[in-house]
Design a protein. Sequence first.
Length: 205
Amino acid sequence: MTKVSNVANLRRQAIEVGVLEAIRERRTIGRVKSDPVEREIIEDLLLSASWAPSHHNTQPWRFVVMTGEGRSKLGEGYARVTAASSGIEGNELEDRLKKERSKAYRAPVVIAAICSPADDPRAVYAEELAATQAAVQNLLLAAHAYGLGAIWRSGAPMFDPLMKDTFELRADEEIVGFIYLGYPDMKALAAQRTPVENKTLWLES
């Protein structure tokens, strides 16, 4: 099968996956194959992300897509944060930094989702963050529809000023997640949800 026909088949599959099905069946997939993901598919995921809602249509998101050695950007960010905070040195530090850099290579594609607040006097920062997080959810649902595995990673290093500096962010920009993508190399785990009626209050006449 040619690359073109493979992408076409995956796109057809994605279209056939209903929204409610994707919402209910999507799972976090933390282990993926090293096989590359076609650029056309990544572009479709980003397009899906861009259709998230935002207050005043500010569209306050941007993305850094890392593949191949481009993932070293993230690896260096992890290493910088660790070097500044670990309190260790010498060979022990070098071993730790090597381990931190390797985190960026756990998937063939890593996407940094960044909240980039609009220059609009009506924009509220919390709403800009929420819109960017909604864009990430769109991306995750689209990835599921394409048969991809994905995990939304965050954690303390993501918020560290050194990580922001590594990605050359403005002072008002924030990374909201690193999305690791690839073709699944594990079976999705069963998931449970608290009954929604336990978290719902109906106010009626």
